[in-house]
Design a protein around this ligand. Structure first.
Ligand SMILES: N[C@@H](CCC(=O)N[C@@H](CS)C(=O)NCC(=O)O)C(=O)O
Length: 209
């Protein structure tokens, strides 16, 4: 049994989507970051960086922060959504790192400056709008002629998708990135993705893309 400490945000949804895809038993615990619940000593004991998501694996007592590390752990544990062969595995990790190191952080900054605080910092708006557009272009190129980011559906897709689901906050029209749009909608058609989106609570309509 996995305990997942999470909120309705892209980084949280990466893990809830994976758990739904794995079909393993888990309990979701809501950590409302709008109420600073990630700052409590109880949460800190599990997630020492004050950020969701975090997990506890009740089978072995392991607790872990950082969505990318959690995804690799769960994929390895259940031997799904990450290839066994070194080349395939490295390729999935490459795109997972692309999300962790670039796409997620840049999109997150775009949310701050373009969605929550427009008109406050022209330089930041231009910087993050351009960087996010560049990253969508990279993803669009990668998805040319491909159904998934890597050869098979993997944790790389599940890590990137929740950030694309917030494209409106990033001033992105998916029609400008047709391969990304088609991929986004393919994943949206999956029941596990829809269920994972609404963890730890129902969060309104999922953008159709
Ligand atoms: N690198 C971390 C980032 C986690 C993160 O930024 N979580 C956000 C929600 S998406 C959070 O907990 N924010 C609360 C805060 O910044 O105080 C991961 O991928 O797990």
């Amino acid at each position: 049994m996995i305990d997942l400490y999470t909120w309705t945000t892209p980084n949280g949804r990466k893990v809830s989507i994976l758990l739904e895809e794995l079909g393993v038993p888990y309990t979701a615990h809501a950590i409302d970051i709008g109420k600073d619940e990630q700052m409590t000593p109880e949460f800190l004991a599990i997630g020492p960086n004050n950020k969701i998501p975090a997990i506890v694996d009740q089978e072995n007592g392991l607790h872990m922060m950082e969505s990318g590390a959690i995804m690799v752990y769960l994929a390895d544990k259940y031997r799904r959504f990450i290839p066994d062969d070194p080349e395939g595995r490295a390729r999935v990790l490459e795109w997972l790192m692309w999300q962790m190191g670039g796409f997620g952080p840049m999109a997150g900054q775009a949310h701050h400056f373009l969605h929550f605080n427009p008109g406050k910092a022209e330089y930041a708006e231009t910087r993050f709008r351009n960087e996010v557009r560049r990253l969508y272009k990279v993803l669009n190129t990668r998805l040319e002629g491909r159904e998934h980011v890597c050869d098979d559906y993997s944790i790389a897709d599940m890590a990137i998708w929740p950030w694309v689901s917030r494209h409106e906050w990033q001033d992105i029209d998916l029609k400008d990135y047709p391969n990304v749009r088609a991929w986004y909608q393919r994943l949206l058609a999956r029941d596990a993705v829809k269920r994972g989106y609404h963890v730890p609570r129902a969060a309104g309509d999922i953008p159709a893309g």
